[in-house]
Design a protein around this ligand. Structure first.
Ligand code: GTP
Length: 337
């Protein structure tokens, strides 16, 4: 079977980190997130993945050149954003048989083989993986009949209520996206699925207890990282904290359990890091304190600075002695300059 992996969004909620790194290429613990997605596909026997992105295409090109494991990747050019449905329809024209679709920003150990088997058994035009969440406010609820047929995609609820949500993984027959126009942005979740349901087409839900988390916001990216460190994702096993072998970490610093220290990152004496991810080459100065933050590649936190809830893009700088809560610093910029 083939799979379309959706990787072309701008990742606005993870800015400014996504100004230079597309969301699917941000590392999750030890490797770019897209590696985890492709490995998951390979584990379920997928032989070819089709990808496209109108955003930072050149960054994907170097990632793909460096990757040699399966599945084989076919890159499709997408000069202007086609939205989730447009990108899928574009790829479907090349496929011509039922195929998987995965959002490229979801950490899951979903049983893709089971999903495909249910799709075939149900004879559905589309089968949508559904996850049970405690708070459906960020997603919108999906209602399903006793027999597993999807009845409705509802608006995001106002209150924090539990329910089934679209888990961003599907099996589609090519005709599910046949009517998507070749140009202009169309959303699969907001336009195509509701239209298919209204037309009476057979759209099925696949409810599972498998691990599922989207990486769309700084908080959910950190949560997914800590879940991986905690061993909650099948197939992933790490020491916690996770410190890359090329990182240089002072023996006199304090590292909490939920911390990732990327390749060539440096942490000085008496620094404290808790519940954070330090990407490759990040520098934490002596006595600095960092909590609940994502520190981008080669970003620098000066001596004695205190940082919490921050997202720092590549090469961003926090001057020595600064205190910053919730800071967002763009690539190569200095906080406060
Ligand atoms: P936000 O801007 O923070 O909402 O993130 P996003 O741009 O990634 O959007 P969203 O999370 O809704 O996208 C879901 C998935 O679809 C992600 O894996 C995106 O990379 C992908 N995606 C979104 N829009 C497009 C598009 O126009 N083309 C392609 N190829 N993929 C897209």
């Amino acid at each position: 079977m083939k799979a379309v992996v959706l990787v072309g969004g701008e990742g606005t909620r993870l800015r400014p980190l996504t100004e230079t790194i597309p969301k699917p290429l941000i590392p999750l613990v030890d490797r770019p997130f897209l590696e985890h997605v492709l490995d998951h596909l390979a584990a379920h026997g997928v032989g070819e993945a089709l990808l496209s992105s109108p955003y930072l295409e050149e960054v994907f090109a170097s990632f793909l050149q460096a990757r040699h494991d399966g599945p084989r990747v076919t890159w499709i050019t997408e000069p202007t954003p086609l939205g989730t449905a447009g990108a899928v329809a574009n790829a479907a024209r090349e496929i011509g048989e039922p195929f998987l679709v995965l959002n490229g920003d979801i950490l899951t150990d979903l049983d893709l083989t089971g999903l495909v088997a249910l799709h075939r058994e149900a004879g559905a035009i589309a089968t949508i993986a559904l996850a049970l969440v405690e708070d459906a406010r960020p997603y919108g609820l999906v209602t399903v009949s006793e027999a597993g047929r999807v009845l409705e995609f509802r608006e995001k609820p106002q209150q924090a209520i539990p329910g089934l949500v679209n888990a961003g993984t599907y099996v589609l027959e090519p005709e599910a996206v046949r009517d998507v126009p070749p140009e202009g942005a169309v959303s699969i979740e907001r336009e195509v699925f509701p239209a298919l349901i209204d037309s009476g087409a057979s759209v099925h839900g696949y409810v599972s207890q498998d691990y599922w988390k989207d990486l769309g916001t700084p908080e959910s990216y950190l949560r997914a990282t800590f879940d991986a460190l905690e061993g909650r994702v099948k197939g992933l096993s790490y020491a916690a904290p996770y410190v890359d072998s090329t990182a240089r970490v002072s023996l006199r610093c304090h590292l909490g359990r939920w911390v990732v220290v990327g390749p060539a990152a440096r942490i000085g004496d008496d620094a404290e890091v808790e519940d954070s991810v330090l990407l490759a080459g990040a520098v934490i100065g002596e006595g600095a304190r960092v909590r609940d933050s994502i520190v981008g590649p080669s970003a620098t936190i000066g001596r004695g600075a205190v940082l919490s809830g921050a997202v720092l893009a590549e090469g961003a700088v926090i001057p020595s002695g600064t205190s910053a809560d919730g800071a967002r610093v763009a690539a190569g910029k200095v906080l406060g300059a």
